[in-house]
Design a protein around this ligand. Structure first.
Ligand code: T4K
Length: 369
């Protein structure tokens, strides 16, 4: 059997490039605490992402969790369950109540037609997810948030490098939280960032990521520790040099998949969004068993038998997690439930070969009845 192909594979620079980048870390013995690599990466990302304000974190989850904390929110936060555990956990860990809104059946992002009906006098914020890199209905969210004076925190973990109407995706809402995890389009091994609108929020975030320390004798807030270290920042500096090429290679993989799967009855491919510069983060496929003749699980098993590790992102929905002991009614998000039972994310990374894409599609199409 050929080598196993997994859902993704980390982008990495040449070994020598990374070694060159970390040489001065070795020489200086300065390993963390907002050192030169951290500062350099922050400046580079500000430029690349087209944002005014950005701070770096140890991972995407802490970026979200600390942003919610920094905003000092109370009561309920409206979000979606079709996401990674992190989104919902960040809300719950802040002792806030997640209120689950259903998703749009095409983009899988928050259904803004339902959003307003979920707002109560306890609602303090909306946390929409640009899932798979699909951009939420930003205009509607903005309008509703203004009307009800709600904060908007985007889970932008999947949207590195994207733009909407030519504007960096991190410029929308009060804050956008990015993940630079090993599995993402751009990685710093582990890492994350928050792009924020107000400098006062930035100050609170900085306090939370660095113990509230402002000098050897000045600790003015009760913060935690969520700093990005110098080795992770160095990885980011290297990966950023190649990210445009990586995205172009991902695009070619996506187009190859499309050439096989577009127009196949019983298969729904990811939406192409007007006004969005995509980063080709994920390749989700939704299977309609009645039309395709095989279920998502049948296809998953068949791929697995052939050494291909597709994933069921995002199944199960976060509002069904056993951690929540049945607290949330999944029937309130029927579209999310429907999609989560039928979706499969296929392998996608920059150097996935066209031959492998052809083989994956051949196996998928062999399941069709
Ligand atoms: N919000 C959203 C919407 C998110 O999707 C995420 C993370 C977050 C927030 C939180 O951000 P972080 O705190 O993670 O920065 C993976 C990732 O660990 C996670 O970052 C990501 N979302 C999620 C969608 O996918 P798993 O449990 O599927 O990871 P794992 O270990 O099964 O890896 C998946 C595949 O990636 C492997 O089969 C092979 C490949 N891989 C994995 C690792 C760890 C590599 O090529 N290199 C690696 O180092 O969660």
């Amino acid at each position: 059997m050929p080598n196993r192909i997994l859902v993704t594979r980390s982008s990495m620079p040449d070994f020598d490039e990374y070694i060159d980048e970390i040489r001065d870390i070795w020489d200086s013995h300065w390993l963390t605490n907002m050192g030169p690599k951290h500062k350099a990466l922050q400046a580079m990302l500000k430029e690349y992402m087209g944002v005014e304000n950005i701070d770096l974190f140890t991972n995407g989850h802490m970026a979200i969790e600390l942003t919610l904390q920094a905003l000092n929110l109370q009561g309920e936060v409206i979000t979606t369950p079709f996401t990674f555990a992190s989104t919902t956990h960040a809300i719950v860990r802040n002792k806030l109540e997640p209120v689950f809104c259903d998703i749009d059946p095409v983009t899988y992002t928050i259904d803004t037609d339902q959003l307003e009906s979920l707002i109560t006098d306890r609602t303090s914020a909306i946390m929409p997810v640009h899932v798979y890199g699909n951009v939420c209905n930003i205009e509607a969210i903005d309008r509703i948030a203004k009307k009800y004076e709600l904060k908007v925190i985007y889970d932008a973990a999947h949207t590195f490098g994207e733009t909407y109407k030519g504007q960096g995706i991190g410029t929308f809402g009060d804050a956008s939280c990015f993940s630079f995890h090993a599995t993402k389009v751009f990685n710093t091994i582990e890492g994350g960032a928050v792009c924020f609108r107000n400098l006062s929020l930035g100050k609170k975030l900085y306090d939370l990521k660095n113990f509230g320390i402002h000098g050897p004798e000045e600790v003015s807030a009760v913060g935690a520790n969520a700093k990005m270290n110098e080795f992770c920042a160095a990885m980011g500096i290297c990966n950023l040099r190649h990210v445009d090429d990586q995205i172009a290679m991902r695009k070619a993989v996506v187009e190859r998949y499309n050439s096989h799967l577009e127009g196949v009855e019983g298969i729904q491919l990811n939406a192409v969004q007007k006004d969005v510069k995509s980063n080709y983060a994920y390749y989700p496929v939704v299977f309609d068993e009645k039309v395709f003749g095989a279920s998502r699980s049948d296809v998953f098993e068949k791929l697995s038998e052939n050494g291909i590790g597709a994933r069921k992102y995002f199944y199960p929905l976060t509002n069904t997690f056993s951690a929540f002991h049945g607290k949330y009614d999944v029937n309130r998000t029927p579209v999310a439930l429907h999609i989560s039972k039928r979706v499969l994310t296929l392998p996608l990374y920059a150097d996935l070969s066209m031959e492998d894409v052809d083989r994956i599609c051949e196996i998928i199409l062999s399941c069709k009845k």
